[in-house]
Design a protein around this ligand. Structure first.
Ligand SMILES: Nc1ncnc2c1ncn2[C@@H]1O[C@H](COP(=O)(O)OP(=O)(O)O)[C@@H](O)[C@H]1O
Ligand SMILES: [Mg+2]
Length: 258
């Protein structure tokens, strides 16, 4: 599998982004914008690892998550970004998610039936269960406007993994069976009043191979300081929980059935 795409940051766009990691909106050399989380942010550099690995996993299986990137911010560029002047930051590769302009939090009652990718809801729910994303709140479920209608986008995977964001091999081992709160996604599913197909979602998730998972973990930039023992535990955590997905899928399908 190819490694994560690296794109150069070329500018800064002032934007009121709410997030404990103090994300920035940076313009990229390819003309797009990326919500960028920097090394050394208050949520720790460790949170970038979950964001990168889990969002790449989501894209691999076709879940409604943003395109993940590595945003290269050279030291000269850091000096041009006003909010960064008050404390020192670390130049180099940062985590970026391609920014969806005009996105607003989904309103389950009025939006659910209009979402053009509503069929991806079981995939989204099973992915977030697999990675134990404990930060799956309504403000992370966005409706992105588009010509054919709004589409669902699930953002912020920095709090995936037990013990997030400061997870360790010990917190992953202790949380092997923990299941995240999926109520925000369940509210969306219930409001849609339709039958969801979990079989296709499970097939997509179970088709991810150990080599692919190892490649995702290996794609973490060296500068983000993931110790080899943590990388190994992360891979083991994902492999062990993948096996449990069919049982979780059956439970969720029963909860969502109309
Ligand atoms: N790819 C994206 N496109 C559009 N808006 C986004 C995107 N990613 C995040 N956001 C918005 O920015 C906010 C902050 O981003 P988030 O990833 O939640 O940062 P933090 O880890 O600091 O909480 C989100 O709550 C959401 O409203
Ligand atoms: Mg957030």
């Amino acid at each position: 599998m190819d490694g994560p795409r690296v794109v150069e940051a070329v500018g800064y766009q002032p934007a009121a982004l709410r997030g404990r990691s103090l994300p920035l909106l940076l313009s990229l050399a390819d003309g797009r914008l990326a919500l960028t989380k920097l090394m050394g942010n208050p949520q720790t550099t460790r949170a970038l690892i979950a964001d990168l690995v889990m969002t790449r996993l989501g894209r691999l299986v076709g879940a409604p998550v943003p395109e993940p990137l590595l945003v290269h911010v050279p030291s000269a560029r850091l000096c041009d970004i006003p909010p960064l002047r008050i404390r020192p930051w670390i130049s180099g590769l940062q985590y970026g998610a391609v920014f969806a302009g005009g996105a607003v939090p989904v309103e389950p009652l009025s939006d659910s039936e209009k979402l053009i990718n509503l069929q991806t809801l079981p995939l989204a729910a099973m992915l977030e269960t697999w990675i134990d994303n404990t930060d799956l709140k309504a403000s992370h479920l966005l409706a992105v406007p588009g010509p054919a209608g709004p589409s669902l986008l699930v953002v912020d995977h920095g709090h995936a993994l037990p013990g997030a964001p400061r997870w360790t091999p010990a917190t992953l081992a202790a949380g092997l069976a923990s299941a995240p709160d999926l109520s925000a996604l369940t509210a969306l599913a219930r409001a849609a009043r339709r039958h969801f197909d979990f079989r296709a979602a499970l097939d997509a998730l179970l088709a991810v191979t150990e080599d692919q998972l190892a490649d995702l973990v290996a794609g973490v930039p060296r500068a983000w300081g993931l110790p080899a023992s943590h990388a190994e535990s992360l891979l083991g955590f994902l492999l062990r929980r993948q096996v449990a997905l069919p049982a979780w899928g059956r439970q969720l399908a029963a909860q969502w059935s109309v």
